[in-house]
Design a protein around this ligand. Structure first.
Ligand SMILES: [Zn+2]
Length: 437
């Protein structure tokens, strides 16, 4: 068997066991059914965990291929995988907030397994908060869709969510916490908005992680008085973008103040960075009593155009920490690169392939996709066997192709057998060619 063994709790079996425990506690909105709700939720998670390109594709394999049914049992503990219609119906009734516990459990495993060691920056965890759209259609919609009414009478229906992801400027992995849906609540007529979602999300993050030292990084939309006061009330540090157009008063103050300091650094690659900073500047006219620390960096790479990055923070800026603060702010972009684009590029795309539902389905699927992504990231950070299998497959897409073909073709006793086979080319014992047509 493989020389590299799977790590207990931080490997797929340990993580999925924890997730299943949470799913089993969720009250079943549809009473009296033969299959338990946890089997439906685990099936939904398996769709995204194994990166099936669509729900019908998962359904076809789970129904016609006995090997796949066996493997779903051994890998995900699914006693009897439901068909796609039943899966959609049942998950449509699940309140998405009920899935948050699973994120918390996986995060607790990550912490206990020391997977967050070395993940601090400026003595805090960087929490990148950013919104993303995950569904948009002029035709398909549900009662939770936000609506945009166009002048020509057409309507665009859409769903968005606000992601909260731990990032680090120098690490590949990112760890999403449970996202916050931006959609219509029960009986609401008006669209929800990102600012309201941010209030709910940050308050919940603080409730769930009361002692986590967090430094929140967000874009310039967040640089307003009410939001900064909210962050302060939740004991969260911040680095937020600012723009000359939106924060003209602040920029004028910095330009006019004698105390504004400047310095310049050139790194080994010839990149010149000119810094300008001022501690204790009023955010704007309306929030004159709210003082922030301003930091700007003009970056010139050899042969490239100069770029300018401006931020406000509640960390006192010095020459010694200016670069780290700038990098913290720029790590915000990793959320886009790693969390939302990566899933689509690597085969998680779900906009039209998994169904929309009438109530919660679209949001439940978005949560399950994010949870599958978190589980992958924890394994990527902590499980050497997973890392070896990923490295062997060279590209993420090839890796997921290999995972699916093994799951369709061989009876696998466990995850160790699956990853071991991909990493070291060892054929699983008792190989069986699948009998599906
Ligand atoms: Zn909808």
């Amino acid at each position: 068997m493989a020389k590299v063994r799977m790590r207990g709790a931080s490997g797929a079996p340990g993580l999925l066991r924890e997730v299943r425990k949470c799913f089993e506690r969720i009250p079943d909105p549809v009473a009296g059914r033969k299959r338990v709700l946890a089997d439906y939720l685990m099936s939904g998670l398996a769709v995204f965990g194994l990166k099936f390109p669509s729900l019908p594709e998962f359904d076809r394999n789970a129904r016609t291929n006995e090997t796949v049914r066996e493997n779903l049992k051994h890998l995900y503990g699914i006693a009897d995988a439901p068909c796609d219609t039943a899966l959609r119906e049942r998950l449509d009734a699940v309140e998405p907030a009920a899935l948050r516990g699973a994120f918390k459990r996986v995060f607790a495993v990550l912490q206990r397994g020391k997977g967050l060691e070395g993940f601090t920056w400026l003595d805090h965890y960087l929490l990148s908060v950013d919104g993303t759209g995950y569904f948009s259609s002029s035709r398909v919609h549900c009662k939770r869709c936000c609506e945009k009414h166009h002048r020509n009478g057409e309507v665009t229906y859409y769903h968005q969510m606000l992601g909260a992801v731990l990032v680090h400027p120098e690490q590949r992995e990112v760890f999403p916490l449970a996202p916050e849906a931006i959609g219509k609540g029960d009986g609401a007529r008006k669209n929800d908005c990102e600012r309201n979602a941010a209030k709910r999300l940050l308050a919940r993050v603080r409730r769930e992680h009361p002692h986590l030292k967090l430094l929140v990084v967000e874009d310039a939309l967040a640089s307003n008085g009410p939001h900064i006061r909210l962050l302060q009330s939740l004991d969260m540090r911040f680095v937020l973008g600012v723009k000359p157009g939106d924060h003209a008063h602040l920029f004028a103050w910095v330009d006019a103040t004698r105390g504004t300091r400047t310095f310049e650094k050139t790194d080994a690659a010839g990149v010149v960075r000119q810094y300008r900073y001022l501690n204790g500047a009023p955010l704007d006219d309306a929030n004159f009593d709210l003082e922030v620390n301003f930091l700007e960096c003009r970056e010139t790479r050899p042969g490239k155009r100069t770029q300018c990055f401006s931020q406000v923070t509640d960390v006192a800026v010095t020459e010694a920490n200016a670069e780290d603060l700038m990098r913290a702010g720029r790590a915000r972009w990793r959320i886009g690169n790693e969390t939302f684009n990566t899933p689509e590029n690597q085969g998680y795309g779900f906009e039209h392939n998994y169904g929309h539902g009438d109530n919660h389905l679209a949001t439940v699927f978005a949560h399950l996709m994010m949870l599958a992504f978190l589980i992958d990231q924890v394994q990527q950070g902590s499980c050497r066997l997973f890392q070896a299998a990923r490295a062997r497959a060279e590209r993420p897409l090839y890796f997921w192709d290999a995972v699916r073909s093994y799951v369709k073709t061989f009876r696998l006793r466990d995850w160790e057998t699956l990853y071991g086979a991909i990493a070291f080319g060892i054929r699983p014992r008792e190989p069986e060619i699948c009998d599906s047509s």
